[in-house]
Design a binder for this molecule. Structure first.
Ligand code: G3P
Ligand code: CA
Length: 241
């Protein structure tokens, strides 16, 4: 079972920053999950929220700021004791770094609330620039974005993100649209969903698994991976199996 570091090692370091990504690799993760948006000047940027202010010390929407403005904002707002400043990274910068790391990446296209023009094309171009296709998968709550990624990078896996109530007949749904993975809230996985995914050969990566009881359940159920804020604790637990 893969340990997938959610927004990097976000339980201990500022989410979606290069520091959190580096620390996730040090913790022994197999994969890094991150979120992408498009800036006012058309750049693919790594950040979770559409609207700034929670984890990044800024205001307004990502789409209304140029990258030059965003890069001056502090992405370490939630960790003032740990570090004074962390920058919002460009996806290009992440890929340049990830190309030299022993990990894969799960890119979540944040197109559920605002649909950024050409986000799939721009993201795919950067992945190709660094030759990362074999170590890259895509996820989104907007499954139209995944269908577009399949057209652009058919060799990359796609995971359908589903909110906490889950989706009946999930295996059939994912199989019909060519999604290799089902990405549920861990609390929304019923026996019916498990059986449906098993029947259609769809793998499950559940989020956000931070306690060892849930990790144990995920392991027993045969999930492909857990998306976690605590990659070190998950790695250590799995290494003891
Ligand atoms: O990939 C799972 C998870 O990241 C989806 O939710 O809000 O943390 O991006 P969120
Ligand atoms: Ca995400």
């Amino acid at each position: 079972m893969k340990v997938i570091a959610h927004r990097g090692y976000s339980g201990k370091y500022p989410e979606n920053t290069m520091l959190a990504f580096e620390k996730a690799v040090e913790a022994g993760c197999d994969e890094i999950e991150l979120d992408v948006h498009i800036t006012k000047d058309g750049q693919v940027v790594v950040c979770h929220d559409e609207i700034l202010g929670r984890a990044v010390d800024g205001a307004g929407a990502v789409k209304d700021h140029t990258y030059d403005e965003l890069r001056r904002m502090n992405a370490a707002k939630l960790f003032p004791q740990l570090t004074e400043f962390e920058r919002i990274p460009l996806f290009d910068e992440y890929c340049a770094w990830a190309a030299g790391q022993p990990i894969s990446t799960n890119v979540e296209l944040k197109t559920g609330f605002y649909y950024y023009e050409d986000i799939e094309e721009k993201t795919a171009e950067i992945v190709k620039k660094y030759g990362l296709q074999e170590r890259m998968m895509f996820s989104s709550f907007n499954h139209v974005s995944l269908l577009r990624m399949k057209q652009l990078l058919p060799e990359c896996g796609c995971g359908a993100l589903i909110s906490r109530f889950g989706m009946g007949n999930a295996g059939y749904y994912c199989s019909r649209y060519g999604f290799e993975y089902y990405h549920p809230d861990y609390a929304g996985v019923t026996d019916e969903i498990l059986e449906s995914c098993r029947q259609y050969g769809i793998q499950i990566n559940a989020w956000t698994v931070n306690d060892m009881e849930e990790l144990s359940r995920a392991y027993e159920r045969g999930y492909a991976g857990v998306i976690t804020n605590e990659p070190l604790a998950c790695r250590e637990w799995l290494d003891k199996r």
